[in-house]
Design a protein around this ligand. Structure first.
Ligand code: ZN
Length: 338
């Protein structure tokens, strides 16, 4: 078996490289200065250590099976039973009662377990590997770490809005789960909406983001195609408005793509999209994706998209909603402990 690392993009291999999996330590991206008007947002994330920084993995048990997950209802907005509620300042909770499943694509140790992730699974339209390694920036910041970091930030924001959030993996130091199981987690939870978070490994000259929605597979995706399209529009619009990331110029159309080759979509029974937050193989996008401040902005954008989809009349879906996140962000409620 050749030690070949696929720059695998949600099932699409843009490039194949023979890179050894030498894990270059990703530098702190201090160069990227986020522009824009979300001063409160940036304040909220300043000083927030990346929950899963690429450069400082801590030893943790390898998760080889399906990640045990469950609804975690304790969020920063929750007040202890009987405790006085600071109603005057409490953030709106437009997502109370809603269940969101977040799938951080790939996993940090997938690369070391090819036998596990290369096992073929049935995604209806084809047989494909259980999971893939994902891509990385030239500096060695892995997509798996990026995905998990954004997912953790998004989890915090959605829980602050009252949602029950379930993650398909709770650390970046494990293997899998298989794409089939990632879909099943959302199905079992009867999620109101689900997202699989990725960053692309596209051509170096390409940049921008892309939202992927399920195509029609008669007998399988019939009921999710329409709501997933609405979710895709909500996520795309919020992402573009808040991150200012352009629509991808090398894939999709208007930052939308319809696919029937992704197990995470084909096997979903709940509204679901994938997002490629940017192109890690593009220098400009890589600089942004490597910035904790930009990742926080991404999380705010995704949260706004979910709120627009799940509670369109609930308001509080503007970027300003992100400012209700407790400042400092020292810890993330419900954050995986390994
Ligand atoms: Zn990916």
């Amino acid at each position: 078996m050749r030690n070949v690392a696929l720059s695998w993009v949600c099932g699409r291999a843009w490039t194949v490289s023979g890179l050894l999996r030498v894990r270059a330590r990703a530098p702190r991206a201090a160069a990227f200065a986020a522009a824009g008007t979300l001063a409160g947002l940036l304040a909220a994330c300043s000083g927030a250590a990346a929950p899963s920084s690429a450069g400082a993995p801590t030893p943790a048990p390898v998760t080889t099976g399906p990640v045990t997950t469950g609804p975690v209802t304790t969020g920063p907005g929750d007040s202890p039973s009987g405790a006085p509620s600071a109603s005057a300042t409490a953030p709106a909770r437009p997502l109370a009662g809603k269940v969101v499943v977040i799938d951080p694509g790939h996993n940090g140790d997938n690369w070391a377990h090819p036998a596990v992730i290369n096992r073929l699974v049935n995604v209806i339209t084809e047989m494909k590997p259980c999971d893939t390694t994902g891509t990385e920036t030239n500096a060695g910041y892995t997509e798996a770490a990026f995905n998990f970091n954004v997912a953790t930030r998004l989890t915090r924001l959605l829980r602050a809005e009252g949602a029950t959030v379930i993650l398909t993996r709770t650390s970046n130091h494990g293997v899998g789960p298989c794409i089939t199981q990632r879909a099943a987690i959302g199905n079992r939870a009867h999620a109101d909406a689900a997202i699989s978070i990725h960053a692309d490994g596209g051509p170096p000259g390409g940049s921008g983001f892309d939202v992927i929605e399920p195509g029609l597979i008669p007998g399988h995706t019939d009921v999710i195609v329409t709501p997933s399209h609405r979710l895709a529009l909500a996520i795309r619009d919020a992402y573009h408005r808040i991150t200012h990331e352009p629509y991808a110029n090398y894939v999709g159309h208007d930052a939308l793509d319809v696919r029937t080759d992704l197990g995470g979509l084909n096997l979903s029974t709940v509204p679901k999209v994938f997002i490629e937050c940017g192109n890690m193989r593009n220098a400009s996008d890589a600089a942004k994706l490597s910035s904790p401040a930009f990742r926080q902005r991404i999380a705010v954008a995704l949260a706004a998209g979910f709120t627009a989809f799940l509670a369109p009349a609930g308001g509080a879906s503007t970027p300003a909603a992100g400012t209700s996140v407790p400042a400092g962000g020292a810890s993330i409620p419900g954050a995986p402990s390994g």
